[in-house]
Design a protein around this ligand. Structure first.
Ligand SMILES: Cc1ncc(COP(=O)(O)O)c(C=O)c1O
Length: 441
């Protein structure tokens, strides 16, 4: 078998993540190359990237500055152990991140993925309360339909049933808020839906059930992406913040997809004017080029743990690849690219055109809701009777065949193109979607 055939006939030695492996092998979809707004298949077919890879390639693919930084770093310092020793650029990068972070989130803990950033935040929350003499605050509150990665903590506070049901008892001491999706009142919302601030009162219910003295933290995605683009109702996050404050509960924002300009501000916390105590990020932090996660912590949390004998480790947590030199190099070049190209706010400028264009698909068959914010869009399709997810999956396959990468969750199409998308490319994306939706069973 020559190399080219091998490249196009993938072997099943690779057990693919979140994939129907057997079906995939009957009709593989492969990507071989990428530049700016496009992928190319091994056969050379161009695919417009409507998903920024997987919500991560915010500056577009293979940006020269990022490519050069990674290449140079690999030859300079390939790896440095991060425990009790450091490399200078990691400190510089943390400083640069803190300069653009929401007010008060002054400390950065590096990991390798969104899932790890979440585990880090949950552990910091528990350790913080313990350090302050409130070890009885062990309970973690997530939300129905939340997605916080795939590790045990994140799956436990997450609320997507398929991600949970096969994996036993998960973490103890976890409860969930109701989700905020309310299409009956909020369908076809542009920006934040008008109704549903009162869903935050569900936290009051859980406080009455468990007592605030047992609750360490609440974790939510400011805008839930993986579960199908669920937007926070106006006033909801403010209310959640106020209830947490009143009861000494930490608020964690999972900004793994909303971070780094996706909504038109550096972080969702900036856009919504609600600052959490801990913030998890990943994906866009390196433009997807090298795996990295980062958990931002407030000064108060950091300081509460900087106690005890000075030569003792304060937080027994970290990864072999925390602040990996290649990730740091990619991250610094990414941040410089975002800043030079105005990408941390560009989604805000494009949002009206984006919203007009996507909401223009409202008349297409099967469409029961469209939700937009920044450069994020969710198009919810009616499910085929008895076959939830089948219509969405077919839309995904048809889009790929037609030259467009989208993401689907069940029967919801989630769109999040690189933040460099042009007006014409927004129109092209919508035209391909219209073709697909009008011919889909
Ligand atoms: C909100 C949120 N948290 C966590 C994660 C997990 O990130 P990763 O896949 O890098 O572990 C994701 C991934 O989509 C996410 O959207």
């Amino acid at each position: 078998m020559n190399g080219r055939v091998l490249r196009n006939e993938p072997s099943d030695a690779f057990w693919m993540p979140f994939t129907a492996n057997r079906a995939f092998h009957k009709a593989p979809r492969l990507l071989a190359r990428a530049q700016d707004m496009h992928y190319w298949t091994p056969e050379g077919r161009a695919i417009l990237d409507g998903a920024a890879g997987l919500w991560c390639v915010n500056a577009g693919h293979a940006r020269p500055r990022i490519v050069a930084a990674i290449a140079a770093q690999a030859g300079e310092l390939d790896y440095a152990p991060p425990f009790q020793i450091g490399h200078p650029d990691a400190f510089l990068f943390a400083d640069e991140l803190v300069r653009i972070s929401p007010p008060g989130l002054d400390h950065v803990f590096f990991s390798n993925s969104g899932s790890e950033a979440v585990e880090t935040a949950l552990k910091m929350a528990l350790a913080y309360h313990r350090a302050r003499g409130e070890a009885g605050r062990f309970r973690l509150i997530g939300r129905e339909r939340g997605y916080h990665g795939v590790n045990f903590g994140g799956v436990s506070v997450g609320g997507m049933v398929n991600n949970r049901k096969a994996f036993g008892t998960l973490l103890g001491g976890v409860d969930h808020l109701r989700h905020t999706h309310d299409p009956a009142r909020n369908a076809f919302s542009r920006g934040l839906p008008a109704h549903g601030a009162e869903f935050a009162e569900d936290l009051t219910r859980l406080i009455q059930l468990h007592d605030a003295s047992t609750i360490a933290a609440v974790i939510v995605e400011p805008v839930a992406g993986s579960t199908g683009v669920l937007l926070p109702p106006q006033g909801y996050l403010e209310r959640l913040r106020a209830i947490c404050d009143a009861h000494g509960i930490l608020l964690i924002f999972d900004e793994v997809i909303t971070g780094f300009g996706r909504l038109g501000a550096p972080f969702a916390a900036d856009l919504f004017g609600v600052v959490p105590d801990l913030m998890t990020t990943a994906k866009g932090i390196t433009n997807g080029a090298v795996p990295m996660g980062a958990t931002f912590a407030s000064r108060a949390i950091y300081q509460a743990l900087m106690t005890g004998p000075e030569d003792q480790i304060e937080l027994f947590h970290g990864y072999t690849y925390s602040a990996h030199p290649l990730a740091v190099a990619a991250g610094r070049a990414t941040l410089a690219t975002y800043q030079d190209d105005g990408l941390l706010t560009r989604a805000g400028d494009l949002a009206p055109l984006w919203a007009d264009t996507l909401h223009g698909l409202r008349d297409c068959p099967h469409v029961i809701d469209i939700r937009t914010i920044g450069l994020v869009g969710g198009i919810e399709l009616a499910s085929r009777p008895g076959e939830p997810g089948a219509r969405g999956l077919e839309a995904f396959k048809r889009a790929f065949a037609a030259g467009l990468l989208i993401r689907v969750t069940g029967d919801i199409i989630a769109l999040s193109p690189p933040l460099i998308i042009t007006d014409d490319q927004i129109a092209e994306l919508a035209a391909i979607l219209r073709d697909i939706l009008t011919t889909l069973d």
